[in-house]
Design a protein around this ligand. Structure first.
Ligand code: AMP
Ligand code: MG
Length: 338
């Protein structure tokens, strides 16, 4: 039997941020939109005004624009045009798409291939967004893997080409974080000083909710959606988590999730979650996926090699690992696991 856990279901449980409002707290304006396959929340402290409403609407509109550019689910997106032209000519694309692909390539290199945007043909076989299981057959996986090749991604100033027919880019590991950064940029450009943008756990902040306290981020327990594993204050940072509980199906009691090892096309079994803290959400997002695939030892090694990046990983045996600075995040609190 196969059971699919659809993204829509997951979203109900995916609130990483506990912005518990106590009596006496300042009012907080919160708006949500369904974008990039998740519920995106923009919180701005203080009473809603025409100015903050306009700023939030523009931030959402920017995220919607990026989704329209980078989605593989939209046949008319720029990314779909690049994919449709695989093996053919260069496709003119927006600078944002070039930037995301460049950054994805860089994190792919720095993670020794744990992050691979060219996994598109393999991602498609798993159908994590539609029907569920059974897992793809060995031959079809092997066939799709022959079309996974980061060195086949060619970038020119304003255009991209995939060298071979059947290649396909999937930006699911990084685009959401990039969009969060851009939303924060839009809010700041409209004069908003304090805000939080949370796209299903990939989040970034501006300022703080009040003079007395910073934005508080809680990390969801991978197996108990209503519980937290850890919490900390977020100021001037972004946070992203990749977990085996976010998109998956069960087939004959085995969990098949959406975080794939590029070399095999199979779900990575080393970790059940990886949370990354970085200066921006695009890097946190890309690194969360890469570290999840790398596993505890290599993942933490990568994190330690990077400035201004911290991480927390939970491995398949339930052990929790931290980078040296993670527990030094302000207001850090470990609630325990399992
Ligand atoms: P995230 O939720 O940010 O960890 O990204 C997961 C999504 O990225 C998946 O749903 C796939 O679309 C894609 N993906 C899965 N495994 C990889 C990988 N190893 N490298 C790049 N993208 C991946
Ligand atoms: Mg990611």
């Amino acid at each position: 039997m196969t059971v699919l856990f659809r993204p829509a279901l997951f979203i109900l449980f995916a609130f990483f941020l506990l912005s518990a409002c106590k009596p006496g707290d300042r009012p907080q304006e919160k708006r949500t939109r369904f974008l990039m396959g998740t519920l995106v929340e923009i919180s701005i402290p203080g009473p809603a005004t025409a100015r903050t409403e306009e700023a939030s609407n523009l931030a959402f509109a920017e995220m919607a624009r990026l989704e329209q550019m980078m989605s593989t689910h939209r046949p008319d997106s720029e990314l779909s045009r690049v994919n449709d032209n695989a093996g053919g000519s260069f496709t003119p694309v927006s600078p944002e798409l070039i930037e995301v692909v460049r950054r994805g390539l860089e994190w792919g290199e720095r993670s020794q291939g744990a992050l691979a945007m060219s996994l598109g043909p393999v991602v498609d076989l798993w159908h994590f967004d539609g029907e569920s299981g059974p897992p793809p057959a060995g031959e079809s996986l092997a066939q799709a893997l022959t079309r996974v090749d980061e060195s086949g991604i060619e970038i020119r100033e304003q255009e991209i080409r995939l060298k071979r027919p059947g290649m396909k880019l999937d930006l699911g590991a990084i685009a959401k974080g990039f969009a969060v950064d851009r939303a924060i940029g839009v809010l700041a450009s409209r004069g908003v000083k304090n805000a939080l943008v949370n796209a299903g756990g990939d989040l970034s902040v501006l300022g703080r909710p009040s003079a007395e306290k910073a934005w508080r981020v809680g990390l969801q327990h991978p197996r108990k959606p209503e519980a937290l594993v850890a919490a900390f204050d977020a100021e001037g940072i972004a946070v992203a988590t990749s977990g085996d509980y976010q998109r998956y199906f069960l087939h004959e009691d085995v969990r098949y999730h959406h975080l794939l090892v590029p070399a095999t096309g199979l779900p990575s079994r080393k970790l059940i979650s990886a949370t990354l803290v970085a200066k921006n959400a695009a890097d946190a997002d890309a690194l969360a996926t890469a570290v999840f695939v790398l596993g505890r030892e290599k993942g933490l090694e990568l994190i330690e090699s990077l400035k201004n990046v911290e991480g927390m990983v939970i491995d398949a045996s339930g052990e929790v690992g931290f980078s040296t600075g993670f527990k030094k995040l302000p207001g850090f609190e470990f609630r325990g696991y399992p």
